[in-house]
Design a protein around this ligand. Structure first.
Ligand code: NAG
Ligand code: NAG
Ligand code: NAG
Ligand code: NAG
Length: 447
């Protein structure tokens, strides 16, 4: 009847309590009415049963259920920990916390915000304070149904990260006379829906950049990059069409790529901790000298990642789309466009924006712009080894693409187990974020 019972019940052993032998509760478990549910929303009813299996008759004082939900962050910093203070952390640190991080002991940062807290009593003996008062449960299986309503107010989507998580769970506690309380806890998923059909998320995002690549005074031409997406908001499973132009006027061989990055920011005691990791990428073709590659809607599929979490006060989960080119012997040229991953997909009514993209390829004015950047010195070893700050601090020297090569399959195949993953590979903030966002205010529903 309840096939998954073994997974979610706690097998409890009897034993001695205060010098007396205490009878055994064979199992104590929680099953939800809808085990297939991918997420509960605010205001919804969560129901299920607490299962109690006894190998002999037993006296019980009460069976209580508590539903809780909260966001929690927790990390420590200091000489003993491997974490390098990020520039963001420096910027937001209070005098006291920067002091403690330079002292010899590590300091922990912790914060919690509660979203759900409700308690109910499933059974309770009358006159509960009396040792004589109890309910007799017979040997065998017992089921105690429960249900509770999630708050109408806004909830935040369940999430689990390296330094913080947003979790919702129920805890059932069985109380018995002259025996320790026994309890079991089970998590349930919550989704806070985010509709991508809003003017801000339907608006296109674009940016461009160029870089001079040279050797002393033998400066070759610029490498220019320009990228655009039709909307800021997409959902899991959707493929983002990327419009980009990459021009190689340099003497270097460049390969354009695009990637989706996830940035998780945790906040506690005035300090922030940021993790940035690549969750999907795609590679373009080599571009020959003086030539140009045009991406006219090159697709990059969004892997099954947590939707953007933007309104929790202590944890945010943000995404960006990076279009970049590795340039041998120089820092990579990289553009980053803000991206929001929602849960309610595009309904097509904003399709007018699609026509805007055709104007894009005509807007090539950036190609003739003067070059603000200094030509670079010849590549030195350090430049070649490490191209970007956050990669320099990466625990592994694998570049994402190398990682793909090593694993023999695309990284996003691993994102499936995202919530159960070990800490991300890239755990430092990019100290030079290139968020030159240039949001166009042209919006969709002009008919
Ligand atoms: C905080 O994190 C540390 C190590 O990651 C862990 O040992 C500790 O139990 C956590 N504390 C809380 C309150 O979650
Ligand atoms: C967060 O935003 C989502 C989507 O806009 C909304 O549904 C939810 O209620 C908000 N939650 C909070 C805590 O503000
Ligand atoms: C359930 O809640 C009780 C009371 O708050 C607590 O003592 C117990 O540790 C919790 N059980 C689990 C498994 O978290
Ligand atoms: C850029 O041109 C150099 C010179 O041909 C060439 O070696 C390199 O392959 C070109 N870059 C591209 C973009 O391929």
């Amino acid at each position: 009847m309840i096939p998954i019972v073994d997974l979610i019940c706690k097998s409890l052993t009897g034993g001695e309590y205060k010098g007396k032998m205490v009878a055994k509760v064979k199992t104590l478990g929680i099953v939800f009415a809808d085990e297939q549910r991918s997420g509960y929303c605010s205001g919804e009813l969560v129901s299920g049963q607490v299962l109690v299996e006894l190998s002999e008759d037993m006296r019980v004082t009460a069976l209580r259920l508590v539903a809780r939900g909260c966001a929690r962050v927790n990390w420590s910093e200091g000489p003993g920990t491997a974490t390098t203070p990020s520039s963001a952390a420096m910027a937001t640190s209070s005098p006291s916390s920067s002091l403690s991080s330079s002292s010899s002991s590590s300091r922990s940062f912790r914060e919690e915000v509660e979203y759900v807290h409700s308690a109910q009593t499933l059974i309770e003996a009358p006159g509960e304070n009396s040792e004589e008062s109890f309910i007799a449960l017979h040997a065998g299986k017992h089921e105690f149904p429960f249900s509770f309503q999630l708050p109408q107010g806004p909830l935040v989507t369940s999430f689990s990260g390296k330094y913080g998580c947003i979790q919702y769970w129920v805890n059932a506690t069985l109380e018995r006379p002259s025996a320790p309380d026994q309890s079991v806890r089970r998590e349930f998923p919550v989704i806070s829906h985010m509709d991508v059909n809003t003017p801000t998320l339907l608006s296109p995002v674009s940016t461009n950049k160029e870089k001079m690549v040279g050797c002393w005074f033998f400066t070759s031409g610029p490498i220019a990059l320009s990228a655009r997406i039709e909307r800021k908001g997409y959902c899991n499973g959707e493929a983002i069409p990327i419009y980009a132009e990459i021009e190689n006027c340099s003497s270097r061989l460049i390969v354009p790529k695009a990637a989706i990055y996830q940035t998780v920011t945790c906040l506690a005691n005035g300090r922030t901790k940021t993790c940035k990791q690549m969750v999907a990428n795609v590679r373009g073709n080599h571009i020959g000298s003086g030539s140009m590659d045009t991406w006219n809607g090159k697709k990059l599929k969004i892997p099954p990642v947590t939707a953007s979490i933007l309104n929790c006060s202590i944890i945010t989960v943000e995404y960006s789309l990076a279009v970049y080119a590795h340039i041998p012997g120089a820092k990579k040229l990289k553009l980053e466009l803000p991206l929001v991953i929602g849960t309610i997909p595009y309904n097509g009514f904003g399709s007018r924006t699609a026509s805007v993209s055709s104007q894009f390829s005509m807007d090539m004015s950036w190609l003739s712009l003067a070059l603000p950047e200094q030509p670079e010195a010849p590549p030195n070893y350090a430049d070649v080894v490490s191209e970007e700050e956050f990669e320099r601090h990466a625990p592994s020297y694998s570049q994402p693409d190398d990682l793909e090569r090593e694993l023999g399959r695309p990284i996003f195949a691993y994102i499936q187990e995202f919530r159960f993953q070990p800490p991300p590979l890239y755990s430092e903030i990019d100290p030079h974020p290139t968020l030159t966002e240039e949001e166009q205010s042209r919006v969709a529903f002009v008919i």
